[in-house]
Design a protein around this ligand. Structure first.
Ligand code: COA
Length: 328
């Protein structure tokens, strides 16, 4: 029994849309092939949210409702809801506000957190700090993206990678040492030139010209991002393990951001963690940006045992990256 309060993860929810965009279908859209996509990225299919009037919040609502049901609580009990995303329903208001309205979380405040693929990881530390402050009892941290809304389906550099979906966790105070234990979080804004959406912000407001130039879509220099991602994730995991005096044997699961199977493998390799202790679902969902980490927890929940030490790691646009240690 410790006196210190930590933020335990007490429930998980997730959601992916029905529609499966396969590599075969992508072959009909851009100059690519199933074999290249599988071997270079590990992706077989991704989910796409189809249908008029549907947005990010419509994927988050079922995930949060699932979480509430599992925990046996009402949405009105949520104190704060944090949404890690870069594809909110609107530039403003925040998607957190929309979700709280749709689920009846009348007593919650909330906000969106823009850290691209690290959105959930940043949100987890932020939410944990709110619990540790002693002021809040139930914080929901969401990571979700509707990447299909900002992807150019004529650009083979990006359209083969990304998908839609996300998940959520509930954080609650714990006095037995469970939950979020430590985080190594980093950022380097000079990386923004490699991965960004050029237009739609105050630097380059949306105009006919920006749309014609396709500047409202994701731009990525894949090879450069790849290089930084491999180093960033591996270094963050190493620093986290070293300062917590952990070896690979102590770690039950590595939960890496799902951007490319080769990045996942090399992060695991650098940390000496065998692939059978690494959560992987990139084959089914592709890169859902802030959605990948909670979707992994959602998919692997039945395999997690109380007390397991897990490391979540991410790298994304910004650049933003880091690693977080959690006792399940
Ligand atoms: N289908 C077929 N060929 C393709 C292709 C596709 N979809 N995309 C690129 N190619 C070609 C390129 O044109 C290039 O051909 P060339 O050698 O004749 O010029 C060749 O394949 C290699 O391209 P390259 O960009 O070097 O490939 P890569 O091995 O780096 O893989 C990514 C590309 C995008 C899959 C990879 O760089 C990546 O995963 N990057 C990081 C993504 C990431 O982590 N994002 C950030 C977090 S969200």
């Amino acid at each position: 029994m410790t006196e210190k309060v930590t933020a335990a993860i007490t429930a998980v929810g997730g959601y992916v849309p029905e529609y499966r965009l396969t590599n075969k279908e992508l072959e009909t859209m851009v100059e690519t092939n199933d074999e290249w996509i599988r071997t270079r990225t590990g992706i077989e299919e991704r989910r796409i949210q189809k249908g008029e009037g549907l947005a990010l919040s419509d994927m988050i609502v079922p995930a949060v409702l699932e979480l509430c049901k599992k925990r046996g609580m009402e949405p009105s009990e949520i104190d704060c809801l944090i949404v890690g995303t870069i594809t909110g329903d609107y530039p403003f208001p925040s998607t957190a506000n929309v979700v709280c309205d749709k689920i009846g979380a009348k007593n919650a405040w909330g906000f969106d957190l823009a850290a691209a693929c690290s959105g959930f990881l940043y949100g987890l530390t932020t939410g944990a700090a709110l619990i540790e402050s002693g002021r809040y009892k139930k914080i929901v941290v969401v990571g979700a993206d509707k990447m299909s809304s900002i992807i150019d389906y004529t650009d083979r550099n990006t359209c083969i990678i990304f998908g839609d979906g996300g998940g959520a966790v509930l954080l609650e105070p714990n006095f037995d040492g469970f939950g979020v234990l430590d985080s190594v979080l980093k950022s380097d804004g000079s990386g923004r030139k490699y991965l960004k959406t050029e237009a739609g912000g105050s630097l380059l407001p949306t105009s006919l010209e920006t749309v014609q130039k396709k500047q409202h879509f994701v731009y990525q220099e894949g090879a450069a991002v790849y290089k930084y991602a491999v180093k960033g994730m591996a270094d963050a995991v190493h620093e986290l393990m070293e300062r917590n005096h952990l070896t690979a044997d102590d770690i039950a699961w590595l939960v890496p951001h799902q951007a490319n199977i080769r990045i996942i493998e090399s992060t695991a390799h650098r940390a000496n963690i065998p692939m059978d202790k690494v959560m992987v679902n990139i084959n089914k969902y592709g890169n859902t940006t802030a959605g990948t980490l909670p979707l992994c927890l959602w998919d692997y929940e039945s395999k997690l045992k109380k007390g397991d030490l897990i490391i979540l790691a991410a790298f994304g646009g910004g650049f933003t990256w880091g690693a977080t240690l959690v006792r399940w």
